[in-house]
Design a protein around this ligand. Structure first.
Ligand SMILES: [Mg+2]
Length: 259
């Protein structure tokens, strides 16, 4: 790793990729992340989680890199000790207002984080109280559960599209959001000077769900993690981790950086 001719940069999803999908286990990645930091390899969290949740994960994993939250809708980074936030997506209040309107007009049945109490979010995600509170601190996207006929989902998507919004399938929920994705925010960070990248560089991206696809396609080395022993993504040239998160994350990074 020390003699590489290029700088490695890692962009990673969290749920089902760096954290176990079922119990959020992650301890096994800690020594490797510490090693990557010591070697100057930035690890950037790129998740559908909120900035508030990702700040908590930054503390746990002792990361100081920029954060990409809510499926590429928000970037937060530190510069001279100050936090800077860049909103790419549409404001949460606007999204909530519009989907409530759709429910009223079409009678479509769905529920989202804005409808749920902290206890209900805990129940639906398996998160603990403090994390569930942070998960509700949404800025540019609304995760929903579709409780209506699957056949009606296309109508919902079409109505969202008329308003410049889209539906993105994540590991647990559908996310209602503007047209951004994880790859847009990744490209923006790579083009910016906040990462202090020494060219040439190569990007490794790791993910497990459809909302990771654009990010993986935009990476030099895409890594796909399995969920419940099955791969949701098919991608030419990807490294398919054989183990589930978090073990598959360690397996893939060790394989790619120490061939
Ligand atoms: Mg995931």
């Amino acid at each position: 790793m020390a003699d590489e001719k290029w700088q490695w940069i890692i962009f990673t999803d969290l749920d089902g990729t760096l954290l176990n999908h079922h119990n959020y286990e992650y301890k096994v990645v800690e020594p490797l992340i510490a090693l990557l930091q010591a070697r100057g390899v930035p690890v950037i969290l790129n998740s559908s989680k909120t900035v508030a949740e990702l700040e908590l994960w930054h503390e746990r994993l002792r990361l100081e890199t920029p954060i990409i939250a809510e499926n590429g809708g928000v970037i937060e980074y530190r510069h001279n000790g100050q936090k800077h936030k860049h909103l790419i997506g549409r404001p949460y209040e606007e999204i909530r207002y519009f989907i409530k309107h759709l429910h009223k007009v079409h009678g479509w049945q769905f529920e989202g984080f804005g409808d749920w109490t902290v206890a209900e979010v805990m129940n639906k995600t398996g998160l603990k109280t403090a994390e569930a509170v942070k998960a509700k601190a949404r800025e540019v996207s609304e995760p929903i559960l579709w409780l209506d006929d699957q056949a009606k989902l296309a109508g919902f998507e079409a109505a969202l599209a008329e308003e410049g919004l889209k539906l993105m399938a994540g590991g647990r929920f559908y996310h209602v959001m503007a047209g951004h994705d994880k790859a847009d925010a990744m490209r923006e960070l790579l083009a910016d000077s906040v990462l202090h990248i020494k060219a040439p560089y190569r990007v490794i991206a790791l993910g497990d769900s459809r909302n990771d696809l654009a990010m993986l396609q935009a990476a030099d080395v895409p890594v796909v993690l399995p969920v419940d022993n099955a791969y949701k993504l098919r991608l030419d040239g990807a490294y398919y981790a054989t183990h589930e998160a978090p073990w598959g994350w360690v397996e893939a990074i060790e394989k790619i950086l120490n061939p």
